[in-house]
Design a binder for this molecule. Structure first.
Ligand SMILES: Cc1cc2nc3c(=O)[nH]c(=O)nc-3n(C[C@H](O)[C@H](O)[C@H](O)COP(=O)(O)OP(=O)(O)OC[C@H]3O[C@@H](n4cnc5c(N)ncnc54)[C@H](O)[C@@H]3O)c2cc1C
Length: 359
């Protein structure tokens, strides 16, 4: 396998659970990913039951992934390392159209047994710290939520290592099929060459360049996202909220110690040609910090502790994510764009099922 972001690590973990031997290649080895890698920059929102569509591949992957995260969390809890999974998601409506969409969604999903519920402005006004006054209502989804992506990746990785994962701290320079041998070869930067009957490419944005020489064009556009960690004023703690809050696409994630994550901007234009160092747009960051002009006093008084940015991999001309068997034994798991944290387990299961079915 190439790439140890959350998608690669989740897949390696599941394959080991299913009894496969797994070799995972990534220059970061057992350490942390670079700050601009997708998984280390993510806020970890899990939006499955609030997804607007009710059928199709996206819907199925999201529902399955949410189930799997809960299941995996139980499995890891039994081994003493529960995942940092916090249930609850509250999407605020900032205009009448959004409110109407939420009302329809609640009706439709309630009929199917999903526990979605609408909160009135009066109910929202009771929450502390206060939410933006302009909220017309809120869609509360108790089963969606948030997962700390960095900690979860490390827990899965440590568990996988304890189950025999072979981790190679190196960069894959090229991949190729070994003619007549039904095997895939990976050429490493160190000069070594590895071989296996299955090769899984989970290298995020870098997947496109690895596949291109084989004639597989899967362009991925980088979409930059900026985020902030804030220290809230003394005595202010967002953890009593019924979960993470979404306002006009901005996520507010309560953190321990009176902290809050705020993110993420969506900056496709600036990210074009990005080579790891280009800064995000200061105006977009300011709009984020101010909740598009609706920041309550407590948020305006919060102290920024950390500012970071990362890149999402958006497939060009194809729907996200890219889960494909490109050739017998060659699997692509990439292009998860805005939902790679949510979709990592369902992607892993897809890969495990492909391998079980044979090339
Ligand atoms: C700011 C921001 C906020 C986000 N918020 C959310 C959210 O709330 N919810 C959600 O579900 N998703 C969110 N996402 C999206 C999510 O982070 C990504 O979809 C997901 O992390 C992608 O994971 P990945 O494993 O595919 O890629 P990555 O995490 O980018 O990992 C790719 C790995 O491949 C390795 N690699 C690259 N090239 C090579 C090579 N040649 N050889 C070996 N290894 C290689 C890299 O070192 C890296 O470790 C967010 C993303 C950003 C940027």
């Amino acid at each position: 396998m190439v790439g140890a972001g959350l998608v690669g690590v989740a897949t390696a973990w599941l394959l080991l659970n299913r009894g496969h031997g797994v070799c995972l290649i990534d220059p970061v080895g057992a350490g942390e990913q670079p700050a601009d890698a997708g998984s280390s920059a993510a806020l970890g929102l899990l939006m499955a039951q609030v997804y607007r569509r009710s059928s199709g591949r996206g819907w199925r992957l999201r529902q399955r992934s949410l189930e799997l995260w809960q299941d995996w969390s139980h499995q890891l809890a039994e081994r003493g390392s529960p995942l940092p999974l916090r249930p609850g998601l509250l999407q605020l409506a900032s205009d009448p159209q959004e409110l109407e969409l939420q009302q329809r969604l609640v009706q439709e999903r309630s009929a199917k047994g999903f526990p979605l519920r609408l909160l009135s402005p009066e109910e929202l006004a009771l929450l502390r710290p206060q939410l933006p006054h302009a909220a017309l209502g809120g869609l509360l989804s108790p089963l969606d939520g948030q997962l700390d992506p960095i900690v979860s990746r490390q827990l899965l990785l440590q568990d996988a290592l304890s189950r025999g994962l072979e981790l190679v701290s190196d960069r894959a320079e090229a991949i190729a099929a070994r003619q007549g041998a039904d095997r895939w070869q990976v050429q490493l930067a160190s000069g070594k060459r590895l071989e296996a009957p299955w090769l899984l490419v989970c290298a995020g944005l870098a997947s496109a360049a690895l596949l291109e020489p084989l004639g597989h064009q899967r362009p991925l556009a980088p979409v930059l996202g900026q985020a902030l960690e804030l220290q809230l004023p003394a005595g202010c703690d967002a953890q009593p909220w019924p979960g993470s809050v979404v306002w006009q696409g901005i996520n507010l994630v309560p953190r321990p110690g009176g902290r809050l994550w705020l993110g993420a901007t969506l900056e496709p234009e600036l990210a074009q040609g990005f080579e790891g160092g280009a800064p995000g747009d200061p105006a977009a960051l300011e709009a984020l910090a101010q909740l598009n002009g609706h920041a309550p006093d407590w948020l305006r008084a919060a102290k920024p502790l950390r500012h970071w940015q990362g890149l999402r991999a958006r497939p060009v001309g194809r729907p996200a994510p890219l889960l494909e068997q490109l050739e017998p034994g060659l699997l692509l798991l990439s292009g998860h764009y805005r939902n790679g944290v949510l979709l990592a387990p369902a992607s892993a299961e897809w890969a495990a099922d492909q391998i079980a079915a044979g090339p």
